[in-house]
Design a protein around this ligand. Structure first.
Ligand SMILES: Nc1ncnc2c1ncn2[C@@H]1O[C@H](COP(=O)(O)OP(=O)(O)OP(=O)(O)O)[C@@H](O)[C@H]1O
Length: 714
């Protein structure tokens, strides 16, 4: 692979003159028919299909005059302010990245048993992206846009299939350093709704930049990003969530992009950055991307159907359909290319809509399906004949050559674990304390359940026939209530944060341990508050053990039980990695642990082989603690007050147990469940599909035979 052989390289990849075209045709390997045959079938006179410069050479380098390099300027200034610290200067410098991809083929196995087939999602796609350019990957739905961006960013899920081809960064295969210079912006915004835009950036700056970067510099960097993304007006507004109104969809999207910019990526991948936005917001987001690319970055995004003003911002366009390239080159020249191929865009028509119309399958009737399928096949063949071979060729500029080594630096954590912990604790605390709806719901349900129970059991008397059973029942209910609330709280919290954690871990923002500890510690006040509230309402009204010490032990047990349940909730959500599966699984786990909790089946009645299960049931230890705390050493139950508390404990199988065992059991489970949750979170990183070598080019003779067979079949 080398410099393009067709002069201007800012987009068009077809040979630059008729001679080149013929050469391309001769070498052109996998096209099933000659250019003339293809044009004939498309209904275009070959003579008319002039290789005019209009679509081939693409537009002028419109950006070069507009490329302000403002970011680079301010970055250099900041580096000076830092006393020229080389690490700081390097951290903020945009590296020039030329991305090339050649014959990318991605296939997956679909179906089961005899119906198993291999589905080709990307079929030999080649292209390139140079620094300072904005590449749009367009195509009808299901054409392979997301798969291509994921393949280029190295983000295809590992179990998904097979990926063949070459992806080069400044002429070199992607190395470990690839991630340190790239950012990948997901389609869904993953942000804390309870933080403002500025706080979100400040946190990202603090956690991603080394401690050597002063606060003033970080503030400057945040201000720069806010102005670069035109977020000035929204800077101090909350991001917002289901309970709290926040910034607009476009501002949210730009904040999402801005977070990635704080690690100063040189290569930016975005999947559908305008999805779900109205035309105006979409325009703002794309303008922000245009500015970012103008500052020397290489930006690639998928986009479904851009309005015409957005289309004009694209430097390069890769148009896909059915996993094949329909066009790759200067975006401004795409319409001319298609009009030469016989598809003329009506005047005043949005080019984006036109290109999608031309390359979409029409499934409305068998005839229209066959017709559009054939059209797409011909357009794919025509493109392959004209430009596919040279599509991955790019000029690797001087800056890119110089930057090869910088692009090879592996990503490192910026701070030590203690700093990470304090930053994460600050964020978690802010998030929890501002999450009023959660606090109100937690407090509300505690008060309602507490009062309801108190009311139901207010007439409870130890000297009735059912007195003992009533008291045991209420204690077990306390166990279940404390456990369920904490577990489902943890399930939803961790599930809602999992996107954020994944993104931050992918950019090596922090270790899992400080994150986990910060979350754990941050939840303690909520659990303590809930335990005390519940205890205060219920304990005295119902008339449990009246000693003050027993009351505090009761509250401590509620707290420990909640913390153990929280750990179990985290472990379940870390193991399942999916909120819906986690919420479906949690009740089953809870029911098993309830069964072994000592209330429904006494310990002696459990088959010996299953008895060990009670030791991993926090409900068992909690229930044991509550009953010992309430019954031990007391008397006065039964109609004549003849039943002692110790007899009750004997009946439950807790006669020989002590309170300290309950505390110890719960403490061990808190450690055990949380350790399990931590380890699952730590070691279950998303795994991505490695890139295998591209298939060797087949000898021309073999290809020609295949082509004639293919044409004959059609
Ligand atoms: N792991 C997979 N297993 C089976 N089919 C898959 C897999 N990944 C993608 N596909 C299929 O490949 C095709 C391309 O998917 P992709 O998401 O890349 O398309 P897209 O152009 O981004 O679509 P959209 O615009 O709807 O997001 C689709 O038909 C999709 O269903």
């Amino acid at each position: 692979m080398g410099p393009a052989g067709h002069g201007e390289t800012n987009g068009a990849i077809a040979p630059s003159n008729a001679e080149d075209l013929e050469t391309g045709a001769a070498a052109g390997n996998s096209a099933p028919a000659s250019k003339e045959e293809l044009l004939q079938e498309l209904g275009v006179d070959a003579e008319v299909f002039q290789m005019s410069n209009a679509w081939r050479a693409g537009t002028e380098d419109a950006k070069s005059t507009r490329r302000a390099n403002s970011m680079l300027d301010s970055v250099s200034k900041m580096a000076e302010m830092e006393g020229g610290a080389s690490s700081v200067a390097r951290l903020k410098r945009v590296i020039h990245v030329t991305l090339q991809w050649e014959r990318l083929t991605y296939s997956v196995t679909v179906g089961r048993g005899k119906k198993r087939t291999v589905k080709t999602i990307l079929d030999g796609i080649s292209g390139h992206l140079e620094p300072g350019r904005l590449l749009a990957v367009m195509g009808p739905t299901g054409s392979g846009k997301t798969s291509l961006i994921n393949a280029l960013a190295g983000r295809l899920p590992r179990r998904a299939g097979r990926l063949l081809g070459d992806v080069l960064i400044n002429g070199q295969p992607r190395s470990r350093g690839f991630r340190s210079i790239t950012a990948y912006v997901l389609q869904d915004d993953v942000l804390y709704g309870t933080l403002t835009v500025r706080e979100t950036f400040e946190f990202a700056a603090a956690i991603r930049l080394p401690a050597a970067v002063s606060k003033a510099t970080r503030t400057q960097l945040v201000d720069d990003i806010i102005s670069e993304l035109a977020l000035g007006k929204a800077a101090d507004t909350f991001i917002g969530n289901a309970f709290m109104r926040g910034v607009s969809g476009g501002e949210r999207k730009r904040t999402n992009i801005g977070v990635e910019l704080l690690s100063n990526p040189s290569l930016l991948f975005l999947d559908e950055p305008t999805s779900g936005l109205d035309a105006f917001q979409a325009q703002n987001v794309m303008e922000a991307l245009w500015t970012l690319s103008s500052n020397g970055r290489s930006v690639a995004c998928t986009i479904h159907q851009p309005r015409s003003s957005i289309f004009r911002m694209f430097d390069q366009l890769m148009l896909l359909s059915e996993g094949r390239v329909m066009y790759f080159g200067a975006a401004a020249a795409a319409v001319a290319y298609f009009s030469q191929a016989g598809f003329v865009c009506p005047s005043m028509f949005n080019p984006g809509d036109f290109l999608i119309d031309v390359t979409s399958m029409d499934y409305r009737s068998p005839d229209s399906e066959a017709l559009t399928r054939r059209r797409i096949q011909l357009l794919g063949d025509l493109y392959q004949r004209l430009g596919a071979d040279t599509a991955s060729e790019a000029v690797i500029g001087e800056e890119s050559r110089r930057d090869i080594k910088l692009a090879d630096k592996d990503m490192q954590f910026a701070n030590n674990m203690l700093t990470e912990f304090s930053l994460l604790l600050g964020r978690a605390w802010r998030n929890s304390s501002r999450n009023r709806p959660l606090q109100v719901v937690t407090a509300g349900q505690t008060v309602i359940i507490g009062l309801l129970l108190a009311w139901l059991y207010s007439d409870m008397s130890p000297t009735t026939a059912s007195g003992v059973q009533d008291e045991i029942g209420i204690l077990f209910f306390v166990c279940i209530f404390s456990a369920m609330g904490a577990m489902f709280g943890a399930l939803t919290t961790f599930a809602s944060e999992s996107g954020i954690i994944q993104r931050e871990r992918a950019s090596k923002s922090y270790h899992v341990l400080p994150y986990y500890l910060a979350r754990f510690i941050c939840d303690i006040p909520l659990r303590v508050g809930q335990g005390l509230l519940f205890g205060c309402i219920l304990y005295w009204i119902v008339g449990l053990n009246p000693s003050a010490g027993a009351f505090f032990i009761f509250c401590a047990l509620v707290l420990l039980l909640s913390l153990a349940s929280q750990g179990l909730g985290v472990a379940i959500s870390a193991a399942t990695k999916n909120e819906k599966i986690a919420i479906a699984l949690a009740p089953m786990v809870t029911v098993i642990l309830i069964l072994f909790g000592g209330f429904y089946v006494s310990v002696d009645s459990i088959p010996p082989v299953l008895r060990w299960i009670r030791y991993i049931s926090h409900l068992y230890w909690g229930f044991m603690g509550f009953t010992i705390n309430d019954f031990a050493g007391r008397t006065g139950w039964g109609v004549q007050g003849q039943i002692s508390g110790d007899q009750v404990l004997d009946g439950l199988g807790f006669g020989s147990n002590h309170l300290w065992q309950s505390f110890l059991g719960l403490s061990l489970l808190i450690v055990g469940f949380n350790l399990l949750g931590y380890l699952l979170l730590r070691f279950t990183k998303p795994r991505y599909l490695p890139l295998a070598n591209p298939p060797a080019k087949k000898p021309e003779k073999e290809l020609l035979t295949q082509k004639s067979t293919a044409v004959a079949t059609v």
